[in-house]
Unconditional design. Sequence first.
Length: 239
Amino acid sequence: MTDFGSAAILITNSRSEILLQLREENDGSRWPGFWVAPGGHRDPGESPYENARRELREETALDIEGLLPFEPVLHPQDSGSVRYFHAIWDGDPSELVCGEGQDLRFVPIGAVPSMKVAPHIADYVRQLEGHLRVGKPRVWAQIELVHQRVKKHCDSIGQPLLPMQVVKIQEEAGEAAQALLGVLGANPRKGHSHTLEDLQSELCDVITAAVIALRATTPDAATVLSDHVSKWGGMGDAT
């Protein structure tokens, strides 16, 4: 990917804290003396993920494999050239090493608005807090893009999205069933025709089709799904 110039990483923990870095007062950066998220410019040939992981190592000494893309609604002061990532890390804070800036620390997410934080970072922390509060998976940004693409296609052929997508769920579920038979070797004519990875892929297609159908009914499908799944906690009436 070449359509980005740098990466920033939002690291949170289970105590509702976020890792922020205090920039030097006169370091020539855009936000001297402000609290920002760790991150920095890409090296030649780096992907956004490689850029983010390297910067995190250099600036905090953390090497986290599970960095997931976080795609916030862009702040007006953000050029869009930065790729954002998020991860939850519950390690020992003493492992942190301030490799750049004046300070590096976990701060309560609720305290961020009262700190001298770069405006776009404050906005993205607010967005991330909302995602975490409702258990919103990071894949929802991609779901939104797929929803827009599918809706555009349905509009072009004069068909409503919701019924078309419900039919799509049935189609994908049938393919998942075929993959399961192939994994088990239950079809004597075809034998072991599918791998576990094939089954996983088909199940992901079922899930995606269902989520797009749910998104067709509400712009806040993530909260609807999260609230519904939370009802399964006791498993007393999970039907």
